[in-house]
Design a protein around this ligand. Sequence first.
Ligand code: NAP
Length: 276
Amino acid sequence: MKIAFLGGGNMAGALIGGLLGRGFAAADIHVIELASATRERLRTRFGVHTMAAPDADVRHSDALVLAVKPQQMKAALAPLAGALQETLVISIAAGLRLADIGRWLGGTGGPHTRLVRCMPNTPALIGAGVTGMYAAPAVDAAGRKTAERILAAVGSTLWVDEEARLDAVTGISGSGPAYVFHFIEALEAAGLAQGLDAASARRLALDTVLGAAQLALASDDPPAALREKVTSQGGTTAAALAHLAAAGWYDALIGAVAAASARSQELGEQFSQDRT
Ligand SMILES: NC(=O)c1ccc[n+]([C@@H]2O[C@H](COP(=O)([O-])OP(=O)(O)OC[C@H]3O[C@@H](n4cnc5c(N)ncnc54)[C@H](OP(=O)(O)O)[C@@H]3O)[C@@H](O)[C@H]2O)c1
């Protein structure tokens, strides 16, 4: 399978590293990247083909991954407008809607329709991401499989059946690592407040989050049952959870995700306002 990347930054680098680690051939990967230093880095690190502007190989790739910043996308797609026929186009750009990408990529025959939109998250940079994915109706099962194979190189994948659901994905897993980092920060600060040294507070906070997530993944019990198992009546955990409940922590998190999802929708609308 021949895969091209438009933009060779952080996310493209993570995906390329993941693909090579899964046995994809460097010779089958092409990267269009404006910055010459980044092109040089990609060649040295991965042995992939790089170029400053799309060539014929890119136009005939099986899949083209759009990995430039959302605000760079329209200009970056201009040289490819009308040039892609059957190529599956996979966007990882936050907020950009498929109707806009399809229009920017379209030619005299109308908009490009073989489109998949994805929302990965930053743990993808170490191969531990989760990506929400939506396929436009013109993408067949083979196209979905191709997109899934590419994104699976940096973690797990999950399909949603409506594009608008990617706003919820953004609110949960896209922005989610920041909530978890914030939780770790708070747990670490609590350790310091309880008299632990900084290194011990950080180790306890990090390994608690990691271990609890791994236990929840490995267990058949839902998280609520696991929580109940560590909460004996009148015990230490019960005291902590009562404090969190009184502070409205659970509802605050649900509100935070709603705020992120609403902002994702708003940003998508702003990008869409440029109808040209
Ligand atoms: N990082 C994340 O965790 C994350 C998570 C979810 C989604 N995403 C999405 O992933 C996409 C890429 O993010 P990133 O963090 O990898 O960004 P990035 O590191 O800035 O990479 C984008 C690269 O594309 C290059 N570029 C800009 N215009 C171009 C053009 N016309 N042709 C070819 N290359 C061009 C940029 O060069 P210059 O630096 O010279 O502009 C840069 O090297 C974004 O759309 C973002 O929304 C990222």
